[in-house]
Design a protein around this ligand. Structure first.
Ligand code: 5GP
Length: 173
């Protein structure tokens, strides 16, 4: 597999991330939030967005996987859970990409059971065409076509996560 054409450049990503951070800061003005990054894919988006959010933000992570190569296995594995208490707190879930929506819906329900004051979802990329679970996305970066993409935290077999931009992946054979 090789990296194909850039789908989103560094500049496009930076601009949109700043806009999302501004919207979040405005919506939660006067409140404190706990931002939860979904690892591994959201690590870059998470670190970029939290440093631009202008309100008090605690952080935590969930390490989750559901993909084998380029297809969702449908089976969600939680490799490590939250370290912070979320009961009564405003939770902002930060995800890299929502595809079928099954992963985020599963995580959302799991966290709602812990009794947060509120829970919103922020994701950088939305592959709407493949949606199976009807999950509401409160803050969305970009809608993208149904193509497998890598970079800016997203991988193919754990590779390409460190690309600073987002690109399609193509078979080089
Ligand atoms: P869903 O449960 O919504 O189908 O899948 C969500 C997860 O699948 C994301 O968190 C991400 O890890 C992975 N995923 C979905 N589409 C892509 C893609 O195009 N590229 C990469 N690298 N991962 C994807």
């Amino acid at each position: 597999m090789v990296v194909g054409k850039p789908l989103l450049t560094v500049q496009q990503i930076q601009k949109r991330v700043a806009e999302l951070a501004e919207e979040i800061s405005r919506d939660y003005e006067g409140k404190e939030i706990i931002a939860i990054g979904i690892l591994k894919g959201a690590f870059m988006f998470f670190s970029d967005i939290v440093r631009l959010i202008q309100i008090h933000t605690d952080i935590d992570f969930l390490n989750v996987s559901s993909y084998s190569k380029t297809e969702s296995s449908g089976e969600i594995k939680i490799h490590s859970g939250l370290r912070e208490e979320i009961k009564g707190r405003h939770v902002l879930l930060v995800e890299d990409i929502i595809d079928t929506g099954i992963t985020i819906e599963h995580i959302k329900n799991m966290l709602l059971a812990k009794g947060p004051a509120s829970l919103r979802i922020c994701c950088l990329l939305d592959k709407k065409a493949r949606r199976k679970a009807d999950v509401r996305i409160d803050y969305k970066g970009f809608e993208i076509p149904d193509k497998y993409i890598v970079g800016y935290g997203l991988d193919y077999e754990n590779k390409f996560r460190n690309l600073p931009y987002i690109a399609t992946l193509k078979n080089n054979i």
